[in-house]
Design a binder for this molecule. Structure first.
Ligand SMILES: Cc1cn([C@H]2C[C@H](O)[C@@H](COP(=O)(O)OP(=O)(O)OP(=O)(O)O)O2)c(=O)[nH]c1=O
Length: 195
């Protein structure tokens, strides 16, 4: 069965490649504005909507994911400069949580799970926030920062899976795919193709 990653995110593509599986990419086309204040329900719902949007036939396995930052409220991708500024200001000097929801759609089954990582930001001066915003890096990232980029300078501590913050909890994803026999099946096909 072919694996399809339902995503526009260059980070998710890069992370799924780490699992060394063959997969195709099909960007979903959904409205990400949902009225769900609970962070876990929020990421599970959106990951499912993304996977369902791309799922077409029963010969494929579709993976959808959604990442948000949570600190008193949900921070998705900032709408504009002020939104990004306010997010970073609110995250300054404190812990927050990053949730990624993942949905895997199979023939007759839908598997959803989430991962949570805690991140503590340094106390950020206004000057540093404005400098970081001027790089343009925050604008397509949940919570207005990229842990894998210059955003790493904002962070004091992290507790949990780094890759979950970046957009895909690949260790947990591997476990689910492995335990369902999806990885061994995909690998067997690859071996056959090679021989
Ligand atoms: C917190 C954080 C988020 N992000 C990114 C991961 C996601 O791409 C993005 C969160 O937005 P999402 O809506 O989860 O994903 P997306 O719209 O980029 O891609 P798609 O829905 O097509 O899969 O923020 C980082 O790259 N680094 C970080 O440190």
């Amino acid at each position: 069965m072919k694996i399809i990653l339902a995503s526009n995110s260059p980070r998710r593509i890069e992370l799924l490649k780490k699992l060394q599986l063959q997969f195709k990419i099909q960007p979903p086309n959904i409205d990400e504005e949902i009225n769900e204040k609970d962070p876990i329900k929020h990421v599970l719902t959106l990951s499912k909507l993304k996977a369902e949007n791309v799922f077409k036939d029963f010969n494929s396995i579709v993976i959808g994911a959604d990442t948000i930052v949570f600190h008193k409220e949900i921070f998705g991708k900032p709408k504009d400069y002020l939104d990004a500024y306010n997010m970073l200001k609110s995250l300054s000097g404190t812990w927050h949580e990053v949730f990624t929801g993942v949905t895997i759609l199979l023939k007759n089954e839908s598997i959803s799970f989430f991962e949570r990582t805690k991140v503590k930001f340094k106390k950020l001066s206004d000057e540093l926030i404005k400098y970081y915003l001027s790089t343009g890096e925050p604008f397509d990232k949940a919570g207005a920062y990229a842990i894998q980029g210059l955003g790493s300078i904002l962070i004091e501590k992290i507790d949990g899976d780094f890759y979950n913050v970046m957009g895909l909890p690949i260790s947990k994803l591997w476990d689910v795919l492995w335990n369902r026999g999806i990885i061994s099946e995909t690998k067997r096909k690859n071996f056959k193709q090679r021989s």
